[in-house]
Design a protein around this ligand. Structure first.
Ligand code: IVH
Length: 699
């Protein structure tokens, strides 16, 4: 897409644009250059996975473009990088008829199926040897895109194959889909292309972790996550889920008069190359062109072996006749093209019997039903326990005890039950009765109207206490290695450990006398416990297991105070003034710090040697100022304002415009005025000098 020369030029342009500041701002004459630079970096990041600038630098240029376009709205173009940004909620998704019906593919499951198909193709084409293009079968949600005169006009779901839903606003959130592409260079006026929207395994797992932190049920698998995300009405939310798209098929195009057909358009592999060269993510690198079916089979097997190592899910390979004229000659049946076939990998599904449902009590009292099934091997792993998330899942999917159930396990993804096979019911199946009382402490369960999860509200419920201790010691929290789930449960049973502070008062004399505890493991455990006392404050906050407080909120709260118990002085409004804290999170933080037991526990932890004071900012790899906000006031002794601000950004910090609870540091110079006065009234704002600021940067 970008030649080495173009890359060099755009890199130089990037540097010169990044140097611009308030005194020498980017001018309206440079708007197209700025856009080219942004598009170039999007391509490096989202298609090549090889960025050439830091995120903050990209953001800085993006903001400059937004500012310029705000000042000169006449400069805005439909394909400007700013035009991906969501504008409120989508009302509904109007019907979107496809230019050519979206057919599905015939499936094959073994080598014989493939050889049979090849035989049929050779007979119909009257040729001995056919050239095939083989590429992964992406396991996501299919989409179709229409570009008119180089501009993305419409993005649609597959729907019933004849018409789908118009999801253009959501498609624009997918950064690997260009808003414009130079199809005109190939003489193309209008084109319809097909592809697959995916969420990669990493982003899927991250997103699920976030859902679980919010006490929401995680999504079943990346395929459902991608399909579901495309139908969300809040395109801002779509943007956050980091969808990706592979484009793999040209289904229709019109050629401008007098233009001859480009060579690329005469083969499928040529189409993939054209799409790649135009900035799309096509399976250009993943595909292989092969003559004859035996090589095809070998390539399919090769890919199957590395399936788990790919960053995204694939469920097979697709084999296509490479020559487009030959494709047309082969035509299609009523259901699928004759020129292509899917080779499906071994299923990661199996059936088993649902024997029982057990109910687990989580750290915040949430009750999770867990299906106990007859052990079954899927993709090399034996599965016997599967979360059903909440009561609604049981009702919606209509599970009954004794049902034969279909179980799926994809790659690194947690197994889940797809559905009960109701046609196999015998009449002996039993309804699943969701408990009305906590299975551990017996307290009545409650469920707020707007939530899906039943809860035990007894914070002294043994199950909750245990889960809180386990969470407190976990890797991302206080990271006390050697304590582990099993030991915590054992110590709890033996009454060696009954609450979180108890971790720091373990009776090692007694532990020593028990089987399974050598001197070495005891010393290791003691030093892990000792080391945890100096974990930074944000980890302690996360470790406390306050509902809705994940690692990010832990950091926000840690930056807001000098001494943890001070959070008890924050009103709901103060809490909500902090970054990314809404009423729900604020409510649970407020509740936690207004509970006498919790405050006593903090006192106890402090007396046991834990650090409740904020020992200054946490230093992170992205930059010494990561996660912190700054504002400058007055004249600095040595730095120019613009230099100081650039230093904040290039070290991972953020600039804010005014003094509020969102501000972490006010850097004051000479003649500081009202900002300083206001900051003095806010205990969470630290007031520092230029010298102190420079120390933070260089630390
Ligand atoms: S070609 C007319 N290529 O698999 C042929 N499909 O049942 C158009 N899929 O609906 C499809 N990866 O959603 C093609 N590399 C690939 C694919 C692919 C995934 C999906 C697609 C289609 C389904 C086939």
């Amino acid at each position: 897409m970008y030649s080495p020369d173009q890359t060099k030029k755009l890199q130089q342009l990037t540097e010169s644009l990044l140097k611009k500041d308030e005194k020498h701002p980017i001018t309206s004459g440079e708007v197209e250059q700025l856009r080219d630079v942004l598009r170039f970096h999007e391509h490096r990041y989202y298609i090549l996975n090889d960025p050439l600038v830091a995120d903050q630098e990209y953001d800085k240029l993006f903001k400059s473009l937004e500012k310029l376009e705000q000042l000169h709205p006449n400069l805005i173009t439909a394909d400007s990088p700013t035009q991906r940004v969501s504008k409120g909620l989508t009302k509904d998704f109007p019907p979107a008829p496809h230019l050519v019906p979206m057919l599905s593919l015939e499936n094959s499951y073994n080598e014989e199926d493939l050889r049979d198909w090849d035989r049929r193709v050779r007979e119909l084409a009257k040729l001995d040897n056919i050239e095939y293009c083989v590429e992964p079968k992406f396991d996501g949600a299919s989409i179709s895109l229409i570009y008119d005169n180089d501009l993305l006009q419409r993005g649609a779901t597959r729907g019933n194959g004849v018409a789908g839903d118009d999801i253009t606003t959501n498609i624009k959130q997918i950064r690997s889909v260009p808003l414009s592409a130079k199809f005109s260079d190939y003489g193309i006026q209008q084109i319809e292309i097909r592809g697959e929207v995916l969420i990669n395994k990493d982003n899927f797992n991250k997103y699920n972790k976030h859902l679980v932190e919010q006490n929401l049920p995680p999504l079943a698998n990346p395929r459902n996550a991608a399909a579901g995300t495309l139908r969300i009405k809040d395109s801002g939310e779509v943007g956050k889920r980091n969808l990706e798209a592979f484009l793999y098929h040209v289904s229709y195009y019109t050629i401008t008069p007098k233009h001859t057909l480009s060579d690329e358009l005469q083969t499928h592999s040529g189409c993939l190359k054209m799409l790649w060269d135009l900035g799309f993510r096509s399976p250009m690198k993943e595909k292989k062109v092969l003559k004859g079916i035996e090589g095809v089979i070998e390539y399919c097997r090769e890919y199957e072996a590395k399936r788990d190592d790919l960053p995204y899910e694939i469920d097979g390979m697709v084999i296509k006749v490479n020559n487009i004229d030959m494709q047309d000659q082969l035509g299609m049946t009523t259901h699928h093209p004759r020129w292509a076939i899917a080779f499906k990998f071994k299923a990661r599904q199996a059936t088993s019997k649902l024997r029982n449902v057990e109910y687990q009590v989580g750290r915040t009292g949430s009750i999770t039903p867990v299906a106990k099934i007859d052990p079954v091997a899927i993709g090399g792993v034996t599965v016997s326990s599967i979360s059903l998330h909440n009561e609604d899942v049981i009702r919606e999917k209509d599970f009954m005890l004794g049902d034969t159930v279909l179980v799926e396990r994809a790659g690194d993804v947690i197994p889940y039950i797809v559905k009960p096979l109701t046609e196999l019911r015998t009449g002996s199946e039993k309804k699943i009765e969701f408990p009305t009382n906590c299975p551990v402490c017996g307290d009545p369960l409650v469920k707020p109207v707007d939530e899906a999860v039943w809860r035990c509200n007894n914070i002294n419920c043994e199950a909750q206490v245990l889960e809180r201790i386990i969470h407190f010691t976990s890797k991302d929290a206080m990271d006390i290695r050697g304590l582990g789930d099993a030991n915590i449960r054992k110590f709890y049973e033996l009454k060696f450990l009954r609450d979180v502070p108890g971790i720091y008062e373990l009776p090692f004399d007694q532990i020593r006398t028990r089987e399974g505890f050598g001197e070495k493991s005891i010393t290791n455990l003691q030093s892990a416990i000792e080391a945890s006392k100096s974990q930074p404050l944000h980890r302690l906050i996360y470790a406390l297991g306050i509902r809705h407080v994940g690692e990010t909120t832990g950091k926000t709260l840690a930056h807001a105070v000098k001494y943890l118990p001070d959070l008890a002085n924050f009103s709901m409004e103060d809490l909500q003034a902090l970054e990314d804290i809404g009423p729900k999170v604020a409510g649970s933080v407020y509740q936690f710090f207004h509970n006498w037991d919790n405050l006593e526990m903090l006192k106890k932890l402090e007396s046991l040697g834990l650090q409740l004071k904020n020992e200054g900012p946490e230093l992170t790899a992205e930059g010494n100022l990561s996660g912190l906000t700054f504002l400058f006031t007055g004249t600095m002794p040595t730095l120019k304002r613009s230099e100081a601000e650039a230093m904040v950004e290039s070290n991972g910090g953020k600039l804010v415009g005014s003094v509020s609870a969102k501000l972490n540091y006010l850097v004051v110079g000479e003649d500081a005025g009202s900002k300083l006065e206001k900051a003095k009234k806010l205990p969470s704002v630290k007031i520092i000098t230029e010298a102190e600021f420079l120390q933070m940067v260089n630390r």
